[in-house]
Ligand binder design. Structure first.
Ligand code: ASP
Length: 435
């Protein structure tokens, strides 16, 4: 029985886990009652989900540090890094532009805010959200954040799990190895073999994904239910639809099919494990090792590209979040009866892009930073707090979908950049169809 289960392809097992978890969670919530279900889920089920999340998070820094150094040395020429970086950032901006436009278009058609009274947000919700927003804002302004990318103490950066400083340091070490030439061969070999080892551990941890995803889904459903559909109906529909279109049309059709001349089905199958983990954890950061593993092992993206493009994507490329921020702005405008001009739309698009770049890949980060986007349409801080507090209790189910979209975009861009660099094993990409 167990070996039969193990013989099923991982992404299918992850999906099965996801649906079983969903069923268990909902069954608990609607048979035991809201409170009992929530306390049981918190004490008995959540620890299993948390254990899985800790296991993947444990791999983030070792994976970036080793894969990225090995990736840079495999490129052979530091100059290639410039082209790779420019293409990556260019593609990230292009996909985010599509995302934001799509969010604004869908928000205009579906009108999620019409008839909503967000002033009814409870005082409790407002208080709890206030503290969270302050923490989310604590990252400081753009200049400080850019400076923070340069670690004053790389060991500390590694130890504290800071992704961007680790990327920065790893790239420089890789470049150093290349510049040093033959004397650096032992260090080069060390990183190559260390990257192999950490990837093996990642694959091992991924075997637990179906159970981790099951536990996380059961917990979310038991504690949150699907009330989001009742309370945030139109916002949820607009977000899920926009994200679906972004994945299938922009990533799948425009990038994979038209630009790369590769089959859509394989792209979707290749990223399904990562999508399952992203959906259940609502954190693109925590999903990163799985995203890297999917790109490398399922889609044939070379580690020089996967190791650099994906960690950067998990921190700065958030198309689902950008869609959402556009939608939240329209939601607030419609609910508050604010007439929007063309200039407002442009400003929302710009700020939503910037905020999505600045948001961390952790649960609810996008919503907690929404005040900046609301400000440009004339929603003051007090009102913005009410809007955020009104949505926050139902945000998890929305967050799950935008996180899934965020990582799907990272992988599509990684495939594109890899192909242009001659670093995509197209045979491996196509092979995914057979599993
Ligand atoms: N949870 C999202 C992520 O990790 C960010 C967001 O809140 O939109 O990608």
């Amino acid at each position: 029985m167990f070996s039969k289960w193990q013989a099923i392809t991982l992404w299918k097992r992850v999906l099965i886990g996801l649906f079983i978890g969903l069923g268990i969670g909902l069954a608990m919530r609607y048979s035991l009652g809201v409170e009992r279900a929530a306390s049981l889920a918190d004490t008995v089920i959540k620890p299993f989900g948390d254990a899985f999340v800790r296991l993947i998070k444990m791999l983030i820094i070792p994976l970036i540090a080793t894969t990225l150094v090995a990736g840079v040395t495999a490129m052979g020429d530091p100059k290639k890094l410039g082209t790779l970086g420019a293409r990556t950032i260019g593609m990230y901006l292009v996909t985010t532009f599509f995302a934001v436009s799509l969010g604004l278009l869908m928000g205009t058609i579906i009108q999620p805010g019409v008839g909503v009274n967000y002033e009814s947000a409870s005082a409790e919700a407002v208080d709890s959200v206030k503290g969270k927003i302050e923490t989310a804002d604590a990252a400081g302004g753009l200049v400080e954040r850019l400076l923070d990318i340069i670690p004053t103490n790389p060991v500390e950066a590694l130890a504290s799990g800071a992704v961007l400083p680790t990327i920065f340091f790893a790239i420089l070490i890789g470049v150093g190895i290349l510049l040093a030439g033959p004397p650096a061969d032992p260090v080069k070999k060390f990183f190559e073999s260390a990257a192999e080892v950490v990837m093996r551990v990642t694959i091992l941890v991924m075997e637990l994904a179906p159970y981790g995803v099951l536990a996380l889904m059961a917990w979310v459903m038991a504690t949150q239910g699907i009330e989001v559909v009742l309370n945030m109906g139109k916002l949820a529909i607009a977000l899920y639809l926009s994200c679906g279109i972004q994945i299938v049309l922009v990533y799948g059709f425009l990038i994979v099919v038209c630009l790369l001349k590769l089959p859509l089905k394989q792209y979707l199958r290749g990223i399904a494990d990562a999508q399952g983990v992203a959906f259940s954890t609502a954190s693109s950061s925590a999903t990163l090792p799985v995203t890297i593993s999917c790109a490398e092992n399922n889609l044939g993206v070379d580690k020089s590209v996967a190791g650099s493009v994906l960690p950067l994507g998990a921190t700065i490329n958030m198309d689902g979040t950008a869609i959402y921020l556009g939608l939240v702005a329209l939601f607030a405008a419609q609910a508050g009866g604010i007439e929007l001009t063309a200039m407002h739309y442009i400003m929302v698009a710009l700020t939503a892009t910037l905020v999505s770049i600045g948001a961390a890949g952790i649960p609810s980060a996008g919503l907690l930073l929404a005040a900046t986007v609301l400000e440009v349409i004339g929603v003051g801080p007090e009102q913005a707090l009410l809007v955020i507090a009104f949505i926050f209790p139902f945000d998890r189910l929305l967050d799950m979908m935008r996180t899934l979209t965020n990582i799907s975009g990272d992988v599509a861009v990684a495939c594109a950049v890899a192909k242009w660099d001659g670093n995509l094993d197209e045979e491996a990409f196509r092979r995914e169809a057979e599993v």
